[in-house]
Design a binder for this molecule. Sequence first.
Ligand SMILES: Nc1ncnc2c1ncn2[C@@H]1O[C@H](COP(=O)(O)OP(=O)(O)OP(=O)(O)O)[C@@H](O)[C@H]1O
Ligand SMILES: [Mg+2]
Length: 279
Amino acid sequence: MAKIEISNLGRAFKKKGSATERFWALQDFNLSIEQGEFVTVVGPSGCGKSTLLDLLVGLTKPDEGGISIDGKRIQGPALDRGIVLQGYALFPWRTVRKNIEFGLEIKKVPKSERKDIIDHFIKLVDLIGFENHFPFELSGGMQQRVAIARALAYDPEVLLMDEPFAAVDAQTRETMQDEILSIWEKTGKTVVFVTHSIEEAVGLADRVAVMAKNPGRVKEVVNVNLPRPRRIADVRNTTDFSLISHRVWELLQDKEPLPLNVGGSTVDVGEAILADAAI
Ligand SMILES: Nc1ncnc2c1ncn2[C@@H]1O[C@H](COP(=O)(O)OP(=O)(O)OP(=O)(O)O)[C@@H](O)[C@H]1O
Ligand SMILES: [Mg+2]
């Protein structure tokens, strides 16, 4: 059985300015994700990525089809899923430490154990010295890192992340990517990770789900057969990485994919790299 089974998922919203008309933000969205798989999701702005994540979290309900985790329909948010959504959503009345502690409280982790766990994740996201700051006292990137620490601290089986590194600087982003890979390698979590960066999508994933819009759906799932354990810096200059990135880029551009066994020389990988900034 797949860990996460998304079948015929549909979500419709009211059309702005019309009392009755609706449009499908997602329709016929199908994807099976195995236990321990790292799946990234890319697609043009407005194709329904955040709508998908909201449904996976259980914040909203589908209008068609559904999502099961371990064979059970999602009924609402639960602690089997750790979430980092677009736009941090920290508790403004809680300090950094208290934000990270939140899931541990709900999970009833004994107080004596909490301190070490919180300290570990504060160090991991490089926020030593900011433990007692409130979110409004932090930069956007720092808030995002607190959200990541909070999601990881209570050790959920599934991690759902919506552009978690969008607001952090390039160097921190690379460190966080490595950390996510290393945590994932050690813990076998199942990850669904939305990003706008082709390099990040390919560098992290076992598979990249490329979406199309109107209505939002899976256009193609691209396998990433790059070696594990993996660090993006070690693979980003390889031919395989360039070819896979180029395939993802073509799908996003609505181009006919080239066969992947072209030997590297005829593929203009520069296009793929340039496109990274464009989606
Ligand atoms: N609560 C809502 N009410 C009405 N329309 C919505 C709502 N949430 C999303 N939409 C619409 O659904 C579509 C998909 O939005 P969504 O936020 O899922 O896109 P996205 O792929 O995450 O985009 P981005 O890459 O810009 O974050 C968009 O057309 C958006 O305007
Ligand atoms: Mg979004």
